[in-house]
Design a protein around this ligand. Structure first.
Ligand SMILES: Cc1cc2nc3c(=O)[nH]c(=O)nc-3n(C[C@H](O)[C@H](O)[C@H](O)COP(=O)(O)OP(=O)(O)OC[C@H]3O[C@@H](n4cnc5c(N)ncnc54)[C@H](O)[C@@H]3O)c2cc1C
Length: 383
């Protein structure tokens, strides 16, 4: 492994140039860590290793504050790292999604010492975290969540249920939303806490999704004790933490997704020589439009601006592009892609099935349209 050499890059073009050299020097190792066809356990192991490699060499420390283990500079610098990684043909580690989704909220809302302790563990791949928001009956209507936290001495005592918690079975910690107000307190009575996944009282049951992976889990929390020092932001201020996380999930994560989709479109053009030009053109248009939209969001995030509800546009376009691309792949790669056992066919099938989830996770498409209509276009609400 080679380390980042020379001065820490401070501009997008410096990152592109220096990271390109680094990618070339580490090609053999990277190819091994990103080999297709690994099962879920092997993928997690390889991605932790990849993440450590990128952390130790400095690249994914770009754009995080120095006091939290970063190298400083703007967040756009590490967005470019992901893009260059994909352009060179490597899939971005899916933990990058977690980092960009949960990392900014930890940096902003965790007590400084806690943030300084936790964030480097996430960035370096030492730990994986999950997101405990959704509950049965509280997905789109997140403000109605019921998982209850009661104060007891220095702890919160938490009881309730979470569902669709992605990869909770491999997670070391969970960023959990709990109700600390009364049952009718809505979004004002929610608090965010960081829970260790090895705390007694957590019963975790994996749920298999349609691509065959046990990605999801149900979490049953039976008087789980979490130190109150693990509270993120204010007690009763969890909604602000949740909105920061959802803005990151819809915004920065869309950037990663579009870099990866560009790469998959190239794969499709190579593997489906008879792809109709109109289909290829539409896929390109959708992905490129997403890139332009997402670039605006990443720049705004990078400047520390409040991006409000605008990532709902990114999220909608992301799911439209993703569904179009992988439906086109399944239609035009020929019938054998549905059954063949080779890694490429399995990859296309998996990407097609997962694309169906893109208009659900991070807030369903109908909810994004509602946000765009009400908060951006200011259309009158339903009576
Ligand atoms: C791949 C994947 C990963 C996920 N990972 C996580 C995770 O790690 N952590 C986590 O907490 N959650 C996770 N989720 C859950 C996700 O956040 C919820 O599925 C999502 O918010 C929708 O909630 P729901 O499933 O309860 O559906 P519901 O809220 O019951 O919605 C069902 C349908 O009704 C529509 N609908 C609901 N309310 C309205 C309305 N007011 N107006 C118009 N239409 C409406 C929705 O758009 C949707 O089509 C994940 C989901 C997926 C698919």
């Amino acid at each position: 492994m080679t380390l980042m050499t020379g001065a820490v890059p401070g501009t997008v073009s410096q990152v592109r140039e220096q990271f390109g050299v680094w990618l070339h020097e580490n090609e053999e190792l990277l190819r091994r860590l990103c080999a297709p066809g690994m099962d879920v356990a092997a993928t997690f192991t390889a991605q932790r290793e990849l993440q450590k490699l990128l952390f130790d060499s400095g690249w994914i420390r770009l754009g995080w504050p120095e006091e939290l283990g970063g190298l400083g500079g703007e967040m756009i610098l590490r967005a470019v790292v992901v893009e260059e990684l994909c352009s060179a043909g490597y899939p971005p580690p899916f933990s990058f999604g977690t980092q960009e989704v949960l990392g900014p909220a930890i940096a902003r809302y965790a007590p400084p010492q806690l943030a300084a302790d936790l964030l480097p563990r996430l960035l370096s791949g030492q730990e994986y975290w999950c997101q405990g928001f959704s509950e049965p009956g509280a997905g789109s209507d997140l403000a109605s969540l019921r998982c209850k936290a009661t104060e007891d001495g220095a702890d919160w005592v938490i009881a309730g249920e979470k569902v669709w918690t992605s990869w909770a079975q491999v997670a070391d910690r969970c960023l959990l939303l709990v109700r600390t107000g009364d049952a009718n307190s809505g979004s004002r009575g929610i608090t965010a806490v960081m829970m260790d996944m090895d705390t007694p009282g957590i019963d975790l049951r994996p749920l298999v999704s349609m691509n065959g992976d046990a990605e999801f889990c149900s979490l049953y929390l039976d008087d789980v004790r979490v130190p109150r020092s693990r509270t993120l932001g204010d007690v009763g201020g969890g909604w602000a933490v949740a909105m920061t996380i959802l803005a990151s999930e819809r915004g920065a994560a869309a950037w990663q997704r579009q870099t990866w989709m560009r790469c998959r479109l190239q794969d499709l053009l190579r593997q489906a020589p008879h792809l109709p030009p109109a289909v290829a053109g539409e896929a390109y248009e959708l992905i490129h439009s997403l890139r332009l939209l997402s670039r605006r969001t990443v720049r705004a995030l990078s400047r520390g601006e409040d991006i409000g509800a605008t990532p709902s546009f990114d999220k909608l376009l992301m799911s439209t592009a993703e569904k179009f691309l992988f439906a086109a792949a399944l239609e035009h790669l020929g019938p054998t892609v549905l059954f063949d056992g080779d890694a490429a066919s399995a990859g296309w099938r998996n990407d097609y099935l997962y694309s169906r989830a893109s208009s659900i996770y991070g807030g369903a498409a109908e909810i994004q349209r509602d946000i765009v209509a009400g908060r951006i276009l200011r259309l009158p609400g339903r009576r």
